[in-house]
Structure formats: structure tokens, C-alpha cells
Ligand binder design. Structure first.
Ligand code: URA
Length: 441
């Protein structure tokens, strides 16, 4: 079949539907560098306005997944679980979730990303543990999965390369917030990653891509249906990202909070989300009869020390210093720790995730552009969340900084994260919805 990029663009511009063959040829030529960026950008904009059918999304996902290496981990584990978060502030879920499910005997294989703009990245969090290496080869990923049943590594270079190129173009052409393109981008990497069951955490709120629950449900449904059509067992949570998850925001601070949670402590919202996601993985793997049973299995792993032990094994296997688990003094710590005091008494109505996530850019704990170095020690620890009562002069948060000027700037900026109410404010829900696939896989 001959492929004409101009015709391909025009078809989408006019609201037409691409055939599977056209999509396959487009991705093949795009990956080979045979299509000028301006044409691909024009097509992405046409998709932004015209959308795509579920059929088109499924084919685009599969072709982008096939544009590079497709990991097959079944020679080391018969059934592998994975998760994906659409990105948020204080989202250290993978650090606790992986050890919980792996300690229940479910192989957990996760290829993670890095922090970008105001959202954190699991790889950066893990790298705050001295010596820990996230750059593993496929052979190392397999060996670790076989030996300890869990691996959390960086995406291999050749994982869904078409998505990497398309995402960079979308980023430069205002076409990132297209639900079909987000769904196929995320799912292509998940499909190439080789897991059998995938639980998604689609975040909604100021600190997330999705700004309302309706759009998030639409995205979640598209992703789980695409995954199910491609043979994966899928579930998706829609969760609140108007305020940070847990209390810690910042790489080493989040590792500390994850370890605390793996000791059966930690903030209730964070623990609850870890338990909910883990329970869904247990159900997808047919390891429990009911959601209630799956939840109590997951919670027990946080309380009995087995998940913490699994986290220690991950650290050792990936070359890190396990002393970080026993004593947080072995994690990087910032030189200055300063409270941000409440300017008034009242109830907290807003603790804005976007502002708090963006303060990491001021403190040096996050990056504006790919590849920039970051300071793992800096960040904030919240003492109050939405709905809490505060008195004037009480600490709202503690800021951890390594530079006085950055500390001063961050403190002024962070004051803008808070709104107060004289009337009591109900704590917001953490989980809006659980979306399950109606497709059989
Ligand atoms: N995350 C991705 O991997 N891709 C998108 O398009 C958006 C978020």
C-alpha cells in the first residue's frame, strides 16, 4: 500500500478514520525518520481537534509499542504486574506498592520515568538512595525479576521509540493534552514493558494533566479498553491531585516517607492508596476471592515488615546502601530546614499541588528540561492538609533547602499554595472512582 503523508493528514483534518495499515505505515516511516516533523506535527494537531476512534487508538498504541523492543519476561516469571501513574506531586506510590505486591509473591516489573516540570519521577526518588542504579539492561531486569521478584528500572532506550519522538513533537506544538494521544503514549510503553496486568492511577487536579474527573474517566476507560483488547488485565483508579499525596514532596524526603509507610506507619492517604492499588493487582492476578480479602492481604504486608524487607532487597540488588532503610540519616539531607508559619487561624481549604510541585523547581529538586541535574535532598514536608484546623503562627510545612536565596524565594512562593476558610472544610476524597474493564482478556 502506498502511503502519502499529506493525504493521511487531510483525512484526519476532515474527521476521517485511519485504517490499521495506514497507521502501521505512518509509524514505520515516522520511526525511520522519513516524515518531516512539520507534517507529523500537523497530523497531531488534526488528532487534537478531531479525536480518534478506539480502533485507531488500539492500532496506534500497538504500532508505537512495536516500534522498538517488546520485552518478554515470561521466561523468568509467568505473570507480571505493573502500574502507571499519570504523574503528580508527592506520588511515591511505586516505592511502597512494588514491595507490597512482590512480597505477596506477585512479580512486579516496572519501568519508570524521571521528574519533569512540577511532577516527580520514581527514578529520581530511588537515586536519592546512595549507590542505587536504575539503568539496568534487559538481562539485568530479567535476572532481578527471577531472583527477588521485583525490579524498578529506567525505560530501556529502545522502548517504544516512536512514542519518545512523537511526545517531543507534541511537547513543542501544544498537542500534549489530547486524550487519544496521551492514552496511546502511555499504553504503548506499558505494552512494550511486558506486564500481564496493569493498574493505572489517573490523577485529577491542579497538580495533574487531567483537570476534571470526567476527562480522567474518559482517558482511563480508553487506556484500560486498549490494554484489554491487547490481552492485558487492566484496572484504573481516578485519584485526587489537587493537594500532594502524603506529606513529603522531594526525592529523599519521599523515600523516607515510603520507608515509614513500609514500617506500617506513614500518612493515611498515602497508605490507603498503596493498599487500594495493591489489592487491585492481587485481584487481577486471581490471588484473592474478594476486594476485602485483597485489601487485608496488602495491608498486612505493610504491618508485618515483609514489604519493607522486599524494599531492602531491591536496594541491595540495584547496588544501593540498605542502611538507608534502617536509618534515614543515610539519605541525603538539606542544610536548612525552615517552617512556613500560618498567617491566620482557620481551616485549610486549599493546599495546592501545582504550587508545591513547582516550588521544587525553585529549590532545585526538579527539572525544567530533560537531563538537568537535581538536588535530591530538598523539598517540603506538609504538617497540615485540606480540612485541617490551623492556628496563626503554627507551622503549615517545613521547607528543606540547600541554598538560602532559594529557600527565601520558595518560602514566598509556597505561601501562595494555601487558602483558608473560617468554616470547617470537609477533607476531600482521595479516590474518586475505580474503573474496571468490561472487555474480557
Ligand atoms: N505521559 C506519557 O507518557 N505520555 C503522555 O502523552 C502524557 C503523559
Amino acid at each position: 500500500m502506498a502511503f502519502h503523508m499529506v493525504k493521511f493528514i487531510e483525512k484526519k483534518r476532515d474527521g476521517g478514520e485511519h485504517s490499521p495499515e495506514e497507521i502501521a505505515l505512518f509509524i514505520k516511516k515516522f520511526t525511520a525518520g522519513e516524515i518531516p516533523d512539520y507534517q507529523t506535527a500537523a497530523w497531531a494537531m488534526a488528532v487534537f481537534f478531531q479525536g480518534m476512534t478506539t480502533e485507531e487508538i488500539r492500532h496506534l498504541t500497538l504500532e508505537m509499542a512495536r516500534s522498538g523492543e517488546m520485552l518478554d519476561l515470561h521466561d523468568v516469571a509467568p505473570f507480571i504486574v505493573d502500574k502507571h501513574s499519570s504523574g503528580g506531586v508527592g506520588d511515591k506510590v511505586t516505592l511502597a506498592l512494588g514491595p507490597v505486591v512482590a512480597s505477596l509473591g506477585l512479580p512486579f516489573g516496572k519501568l519508570s520515568g524521571r521528574a519533569l516540570a512540577h511532577t516527580g519521577g520514581t527514578l529520581d526518588k530511588l537515586e536519592s538512595i546512595p549507590g542505587l542504579n536504575v539503568n539496568l539492561t534487559v538481562e539485568q531486569i530479567k535476572a532481578q525479576l527471577r531472583e527477588i521478584g521485583i525490579v524498578i528500572a529506567g525505560q530501556t532506550k529502545n522502548l517504544a521509540p516512536a512514542d519518545g519522538r512523537l511526545y517531543a513533537l507534541r511537547d513543542a506544538t501544544g498537542t500534549v493534552p489530547s486524550i487519544p494521544l496521551i492514552a496511546s503514549s502511555i499504553m504503548s510503553k506499558k505494552i512494550a514493558g511486558g506486564a500481564d496486568a496493569i493498574v493505572l492511577d489517573v490523577k485529577v487536579g491542579t497538580g495533574a494533566f487531567m483537570k476534571n474527573v470526567q476527562d480522567a474517566v474518559k482517558l482511563a476507560r480508553l487506556m484500560i479498553d486498549t490494554g484489554a483488547d491487547l490481552g492485558k488485565r487492566m484496572a484504573a483508579f481516578i485519584t485526587n491531585m489537587n493537594q500532594p499525596l502524603g506529606n513529603a514532596v522531594g526525592n529523599a524526603l519521599e523515600v523516607r516517607e515510603a520507608i515509614d509507610t513500609l514500617r506500617g506507619r506513614g500518612p493515611a492517604d498515602f497508605r490507603n492508596l498503596v493498599v487500594a492499588l495493591a489489592a487491585e493487582m492481587v485481584l487481577l492476578a486471581d490471588k484473592a476471592e474478594s476486594r476485602a480479602e485483597a485489601r487485608s492481604m496488602a495491608a498486612a504486608q505493610l504491618d508485618n515488615g515483609e514489604a519493607l524487607e522486599k524494599f531492602r532487597e531491591v536496594i541491595v540488588a540495584q547496588g544501593g546502601n540498605p542502611a538507608a532503610v534502617d536509618n534515614p540519616a543515610n539519605l541525603p539531607a538539606a542544610s536548612f530546614q525552615e517552617p512556613l508559619l500560618s498567617p491566620k487561624s482557620g481551616y485549610l481549604a486549599r493546599v495546592d499541588a501545582l504550587t508545591i510541585g513547582s516550588s521544587e523547581l525553585i529549590l532545585g529538586g526538579a527539572r525544567e528540561k530533560k537531563g538537568e541535574p537535581i538536588d535530591h535532598a530538598v523539598g517540603v514536608v506538609l504538617h497540615k492538609k485540606v480540612g485541617d484546623r490551623v492556628e496563626e503562627g503554627e507551622p503549615l510545612m517545613t521547607i528543606h533547602a540547600n541554598d538560602r536565596q532559594r529557600l527565601k524565594e520558595a518560602k514566598e512562593f509556597l505561601a501562595g499554595a494555601y487558602s483558608f476558610s473560617d468554616e470547617p472544610v470537609a477533607p476531600p476524597p482521595l479516590i474518586y472512582e475505580l474503573v474496571l474493564s468490561e472487555r474480557k482478556s
